[in-house]
Design a protein around this ligand. Structure first.
Ligand code: FES
Ligand SMILES: [Fe+2]
Length: 339
């Protein structure tokens, strides 16, 4: 069961050009294409005539033309032309999904189109704020989407999965402060006067002790947004002065594809040395390596789950934030299902 009345990331704007693109979201086939004014439209990827995937057709005069018998559909999903006859049969239409292009991503609303509210797109300001520089990638991942969310919110894996970059025993030694609102779960760890992890030692340019922060907010169904960084120990970062430190934002958006696969969009942004291309390249490479370590874990976890009929996990104290996030998502899904 998925949350439907919400925004998921459908892809990167550059992916959708003159050709239709077929994808699976939440187990449903969806075709994306650009209309004649350049806006992206998303329709059910199944022709209402004989059910050929519309992504096998082509875009013609801003309409999507089926590759089997040539029926044409506009951006609303209505059939507007049938070769060989002037009349379009009543009810000839496919489902439409609202799409918005924002923060250099394509966002899709998989629920009731009339309920789509652009104001609900999560704030990822640093993706297009000139004070920040952001980078990121899209990966197809072979696991259930919630496993990929779990690993992002479970920071105690860092010393074991990322020992050469983000890992440090300060994470496991510091309990997070967890807060919950109607719409989010957040957790914060402030690790004071600690040895910087290798990534932050490189970013801040010293191996002297730092005050390090690791703050995240989870917005159901699948946004994990992080504010991470460190500053020289005792320089006042915890009370708001980050001038002697470095801040990074990372975002992990996960769109379910099937029960055991998902679309993973990650991004990382920084507000220091923003014009230095070498720093951007190094940052991209470093986080790509870190996040690929996560993917290796969750794909192995999925294979393990595939081989068992029952999942009986034992929880430990460190699971509290993840369990709260799962509870909130479940509550959202129940509210939508019961409505
Ligand atoms: S299946 Fe699409 S036009 Fe016939
Ligand atoms: Fe990780």
């Amino acid at each position: 069961m998925y949350l439907r009345n919400c925004w998921y990331i459908a892809g990167l704007p550059g992916e959708v050009t003159n050709e239709p693109v077929g994808k699976i979201f939440l187990g449903e086939p969806v075709v994306l294409f650009r209309t004649s004014d350049g806006t992206v439209a998303a329709l059910e990827d199944r022709c209402c005539h004989r059910h050929l995937p519309l992504s096998l057709g082509k875009v013609s005069n801003g309409h999507l033309q089926c590759g089997y018998h040539g029926l044409e559909f506009d951006a609303s999903g209505a059939c507007v032309s049938v070769p060989g006859q002037s009349r379009v049969p009543p009810g000839a239409a496919v489902r439409r999904y609202p799409v918005v292009e924002m923060y250099d991503w394509l966002w899709i609303w998989m629920g009731d189109p009339d309920a789509a509210d652009q104001g609900l797109i999560p704030d990822v300001f640093w993706r297009d704020d000139p004070v920040w520089v952001a980078t990121g990638e899209y990966w197809a991942v072979a696991c259930a989407y919630d496993l990929l969310i779990d690993i992002q919110l479970d920071n105690t894996h860092a010393p074991f999965v990322h020992p050469d970059t983000l890992g440090s025993s300060a994470i496991t030694d510091t309990a997070p402060r967890v807060e919950r609102t109607d719409r989010t779960v957040s957790a914060g760890r402030w690790m004071m006067d600690v040895v910087p992890s290798p990534t932050f030692a490189r970013a801040i340019g010293t191996e002297e002790n730092v005050d390090r922060w690791l703050l995240w907010e989870f917005t159901p169904p699948s946004l994990c947004a992080f504010d991470i960084g460190c500053a020289m120990a005792g320089s006042g970062a915890e009370t708001g002065d980050r001038s002697q430190g470095v801040t990074l934002h990372t975002a992990h958006f996960v769109t379910p594809e099937t029960e055991t696969s998902c679309h993973y969009f990650w991004s990382v942004g920084r507000n220091y040395n923003v014009d230095d291309i070498a720093v951007t390249g190094a940052m991209h490479a470093e986080f790509k390596s870190i996040f690929s370590e996560d993917v290796e874990i969750v794909e192995a976890q999925q294979k393990s789950l595939d081989n068992t009929s029952v999942w009986r996990p034992i929880d430990v104290n460190a699971d509290a934030p993840v369990l709260q996030a799962r509870q909130l998502l479940k509550k959202f899904i129940s509210a939508e299902t019961d409505a």
